[in-house]
Ligand binder design. Structure first.
Ligand SMILES: *Cc1c(COP(=O)(O)O)cnc(C)c1O
Length: 383
């Protein structure tokens, strides 16, 4: 079915084709050319990331991170259960065991206070996922990493342009990954980026990126021939994708401002109070559906809040029960509005249960967000 209001509509600035045409005219369409470097420098300068490498997806950037950290079979990686499959899959490809953390009571992001008790002598890394652009408390995670000699990867797929304690997300971890999938704030269809914040990883990251060869160093004239020096894969996007992405980055401020305005409208509408989660009354539910005849809202829901301002990646509601959410989704559907739920806890997934057995631990909050969280449409052109 087609919806009058889709969940997402990838925004185009109008300059994408201009830059793609320019990339073609420059005569180098494969990766690591003019636009790739322009995009990478943009992130390095604006957000204080040490080194950036564009990738074909955030999934690929996570796979690069797992290779760079030298994850081996049997190593343990701590990550939230309420996240996208790729956060875990990248480490599973290297044979790691996933140790899942529950979500916070007040927020779908991982509960920082539960991480330390999961650390064992086999733990190699912590993957912090900034759900909906809300920062994981990175100071706490970095402290733990120092104390136990662990590496930290930020899955910042949803966290572009967001600060935590005066430092941008993506600048905290040893490594960080971003996504430019068409559902993200800044997009090029499919795309991603690996951020390297430790000098010692830069050279090897470039080699892994270039199919395990020192081709990048060769083209800079640093070595006089290039060959196979490490494991790697084809992680570079073409210049066509980088040119598209550049058009978006040039408009980052405008895109963010527009999304913020929509987010604030939702927030203002759904909250009574700027601090506490709000259970909405019938009155608000009616107001929300003015002009939508068929929709009669059922059930209470909450707008989830944290103190920090978000980057307007997504707006969600938390229902009391799965059945309330289902009713709401169907009512919105009748009204032509496409609303969608989000992740299903990874610790309960068929694959993880087959791969590493059924997790005896209960992760009640991850399960609750799987059942009760609903995302509302949020895109540039939404009025
Ligand atoms: C979107 C997303 C990914 C995957 O991004 P791709 O670019 O589609 O590979 C990974 N992790 C999180 C948290 C995401 O939101």
């Amino acid at each position: 079915m087609t919806y009058q209001i889709p969940f997402n509509k990838p925004f185009q600035t109008g300059k994408e084709l201009v830059y793609i045409q320019d990339a073609i005219q420059r005569g180098k369409i494969s990766g690591n050319g003019y636009y790739t470097q322009k995009c990478q420098e943009f992130f390095e300068e604006r957000y204080g990331f040490l080194k950036c490498l564009l990738t074909t997806s955030c999934t690929d950037a996570l796979e690069m991170a797992a290779i760079l950290l030298d994850i081996q079979p049997g190593d343990e990686v701590i990550l939230p259960s309420f996240t996208f499959v790729s956060t875990a899959n990248a480490f599973v490809l290297r044979g790691a065991k996933c140790v899942f953390v529950d979500s916070r009571t007040d927020h779908p992001g991982m509960d920082e206070s539960l991480v330390e008790e999961l650390i064992t002598p086999k733990t190699k890394a912590i993957v912090a996922v900034h759900y909906a652009g809300y920062p994981v408390e990175m100071d706490k995670i970095i402290d733990l990493a120092h104390q136990y000699g662990l590496k930290v990867v930020e899955d910042a797929a949803q966290a572009i342009d967001q600060e935590y304690q005066g430092k941008y997300l993506g600048a905290w971890g040893h490594l960080a990954t971003f996504s430019f999938h068409e559902t993200k704030n800044i997009q090029c269809g499919e795309g991603g980026m690996l951020v390297i914040n430790e000098l010692e990883y830069i050279k090897r990251a470039e080699i892994i990126w270039e199919k395990g060869t020192d081709r990048a160093a060769f083209f800079r004239g640093e070595v006089n021939k290039y060959g196979w020096v490490d494991m790697g894969s084809s992680f570079l996007p073409s210049e066509l994708q980088a040119a598209f992405l550049w058009a978006q980055l040039e408009n980052l401020q405008d895109i963010q401002a527009k999304r913020q305005a929509i987010w604030q409208d939702y927030q203002g509408f759904f909250s009574d109070d700027a601090r506490q989660p709000t259970v909405l009354s019938e009155k608000y539910l009616k107001k929300f559906t003015t002009g939508i005849e068929e929709a009669q809202l059922t059930g209470n829901y909450q707008v989830c809040k944290k103190d920090s301002s978000p980057n307007a990646h997504l707006f969600y509601l938390i229902f009391e029960q799965l059945s309330h959410r289902t009713v709401f989704i169907n009512q919105m559907k009748t009204a032509g509005i496409f609303t969608v739920f989000h992740y299903q806890s990874l610790h309960r997934s068929d694959f993880i249960q087959k791969y590493q057995g059924i997790d005896a631990r209960e992760l009640p909050h991850a399960d609750r967000y799987s059942d009760c969280l609903l995302r509302l449409p949020l895109f540039y052109e939404l009025s």
